[in-house]
Design a protein around this ligand. Structure first.
Ligand SMILES: Cc1ncc(COP(=O)(O)O)c(C=O)c1O
Length: 380
């Protein structure tokens, strides 16, 4: 019987241990060796194979629709382990423009030192074909870009990668499995910062790699050597957080939609980026490929960066902090946080204005959030 996401998130990977309704944490770095078992059967926390890890891997595989999954110490650990399991010195990577700042730095600062060349490509097949060489091994993209929320030609990327023997890797942090499932389009690997909505409570750092068994095995071998395993306590907390994912995403998406509409109608607001708005360039793709519009939105004010800072200071509910996907609303200026490491000219070329404000909507009452934004826009 095929079960729906909310049921899978509650029950997958949860054997009853001593009848406990909630699986216990196996907070142990190492486990007694059983006689007659081989070196490969050693259970050790860095190898991500304690019972707490393996239960969570089953839940993540069930949530994403892939055969297998691997939890990691952060989203960046997931991205590094996934990509370094498929790329070696001399290889080339195609990457969508406008990626998360940390990923952008990994591709432009660390990968060149490892002999891996990254080609940032526009969103059409001609550009992909032009950048393709016999050294290209993988294609990397994000489901929804940070912070402008554009949606690339995701089915096109998955198909192009398949036709050209590339491993397709997608960061699904901003959408997540309650909204979008890359496995259905045939992406080879899905990565997440589970620090965000998968956990949902802003109280841990974690990442996820999901994919077919062979790709996840290679990512696991790479992670074992890089040493980026997740501590069992954080793994247990993540498992708990994931159980309410669909409820949280539904509530936060409804709040974000309401806030986006309010901002779009406000005379002090120059531009709003939210895919449920018909003027957003990815509106149609979102409606066609995604089940909901998500918790993230961004806007620019008529008064630019100075006005943006004034509004942010006047807000009482959102907390000025980087990150997203938590139950509380966070607000940030990407030029000063998530994208601060990106050269200013790159940022502007990608459309990230210095005064762009990004809001990660939480699950506060949407009426309270709306009232807070209205008073802040008035006061600023
Ligand atoms: C889209 C995206 N991917 C990856 C990351 C990195 O995640 P972490 O901070 O858990 O390493 C982030 C962090 O903000 C992100 O927004």
């Amino acid at each position: 019987m095929s079960r729906r996401l909310s049921t899978r998130l509650l029950h997958s990977g949860e054997p009853l241990v001593e009848g406990a309704v909630v699986p216990p944490i196996f907070q142990s770095a190492t486990f007694a060796e059983e006689e007659g078992r081989s070196y490969d059967d050693i259970r050790y926390a860095r190898l991500s194979n304690t019972p707490t890890h393996t239960g969570l891997h089953k839940k993540l595989a069930a949530a994403t629709g892939y055969d297998d999954a691997l939890v990691t110490a952060s989203g960046m650990a997931a991205i590094s382990a996934a990509l370094l399991s498929v790329l070696s010195a001399g290889d080339e990577l195609l990457a969508q423009r406008g990626l998360y700042g940390g990923t952008h730095s990994l591709f432009t600062k660390l990968f060149p030192r490892l002999g891996i060349q990254v080609h940032f490509v526009d969103d059409h097949e001609e550009a992909w074909r032009e950048a393709l060489t016999d050294k290209t091994k993988a294609f990397y993209c994000e489901a929804l870009t940070n912070p402008l929320l554009s949606i690339a030609d995701l089915p096109g990327i998955a198909a192009f990668a398949r036709e050209n023997g590339l491993v397709s890797v997608i960061d699904n942090t901003f959408a997540g499995p309650a909204i979008f499932r890359p496995a259905e389009l045939g992406f080879d690997l899905e990565v997440h910062s589970a620090t965000k909505s998968l956990n949902g409570h802003s109280d841990l750092c974690a990442g996820v790699v999901a994919g077919d068994a062979a790709h996840v095995l290679e990512a696991r071998r790479t992670l074992n050597l890089l040493g980026g395993s997740l501590d069992p306590h954080a793994a247990w907390l993540l498992e708990r957080g994931m159980k309410t994912l669909p409820l949280r995403v539904r509530a936060a998406s409804a709040g974000a939609r309401k806030l986006a509409e309010l901002l779009a109608d406000h005379p002090e607001v120059a531009r709003v980026y939210y895919p449920s708005l018909t003027e957003h360039p990815s509106h149609e793709r979102c409606a066609e490929w995604f089940d909901d519009t998500g918790a993230m939105l961004a806007f620019e004010l008529v008064g630019g960066a100075e006005a943006a800072m004034a509004v942010v200071s006047a807000l009482e509910i959102p907390i000025l902090a980087p990150s997203l996907g938590g139950v509380e609303t966070l607000i940030t200026l990407p030029a000063q946080s998530s994208h601060a490491s990106m050269p200013a000219e790159w940022r502007r070329a990608t459309g990230i204005a210095d005064g762009l404000v990004r809001v990660a909507v939480g699950i506060e009452d949407p009426e309270d959030l709306a009232a807070d934004f209205l008073q802040a826009l008035e006061r600023a």
